[in-house]
Design a protein around this ligand. Sequence first.
Ligand SMILES: C[S@@+](CC[C@H](N)C(=O)[O-])C[C@H]1O[C@@H](n2cnc3c(N)ncnc32)[C@H](O)[C@@H]1O
Length: 340
Amino acid sequence: MIIKHYEQEIIRAKSVRGYAKKQTQRKIDHYKFIDLFAGIGGFRLGFESNYSKCIFTSEWDKYSQKTYQANFDSDIFGDINELDANELEDFHILLGGFPCQPFSKIGLREGFKHKTQGNLFFNIVEILSKKKPVSFVLENVTGLLTHKTNGDSTIDLMAEVLSELGYEVNIGTLNASDFGLPQIRRRVFLVGFNKKYFSEPTNFKFPKKIRKIKYINEILEKGIEGYGITKHLQNTYMFKKNDRKPFIVDETSKKFATTLVSSYHKIQRLTGTFVRDGSTGLRLLTENECKELMGYPRNFIFPVSRTQMYRQLGNAVAVPVVKKLSVEVYRVLDKVFKVK
Ligand SMILES: C[S@@+](CC[C@H](N)C(=O)[O-])C[C@H]1O[C@@H](n2cnc3c(N)ncnc32)[C@H](O)[C@@H]1O
């Protein structure tokens, strides 16, 4: 049974099962985490520090692997379906932004029934059940919150499954614009703690929004060439009559960009953000601007095509959001572990 508590977009789901009685502080060298559905390593950028390290990465897309390897010195395991969880070294945290297509509002909304991807949540469940790490952090699109599986709330089903495994499950929605990024990007996070390690409820809190607000006009580059949208495309497609208009910004726009999506390169006229600039009068966001939208460092390398760069960043987690989240997760883990 799940107890629900709705507070500032945060749902907490906790099993009614009792918590372990004993709590001891164990000395460790590092917090070890695994990075599943790793994409370009957004979760890793947020969770890695000098007291934590990534010990395993899984990502099957060859272009994402290329970007990941250009930025992190790591071997990458491919298809998670091929993984034997028993072979994994022990770790403390499982991180995974599992593929969102089955739950996305624009996607097929087939959830668990999705032929190739609906079951990936259960790959996570299998690893949790075999390895029983202290914690997990999962990420998905907010469409998951309203998605139904055979009439039942999919997220409640997930929380129930995770709860059954012995985890306290916390569910919350975080928006990148609340964490100093000039982009509206709401994502749902499931944060779990293995009750075996805690003598009482963890009192985990999702990070609070920061004071600093950044708008899109603050990150626009000047003198950009090569990102222009042709006049022809503008006339025949971008500005169709009797239709909603695309979201266009310039250096005066004290606004947040719309969510960067993986198909941005297709010039999604009604969902993308475009810049009034350049020789044709309108252009796409540049690589550096997209990095700023997502909180990736300027020196993050994309050794792939521009299409892949948009796709990879559009699929990624916003780094400052997961960085703040990591602080809260480590705060809970510190109650049990002491990093030497
Ligand atoms: C929503 S993205 C996660 C992005 C990541 N959080 C980041 O910051 O870049 C989901 C990722 O799961 C990967 N994926 C999908 N199915 C997979 C599988 N069977 N094995 C390994 N990776 C898979 C996709 O290629 C995609 O990169």
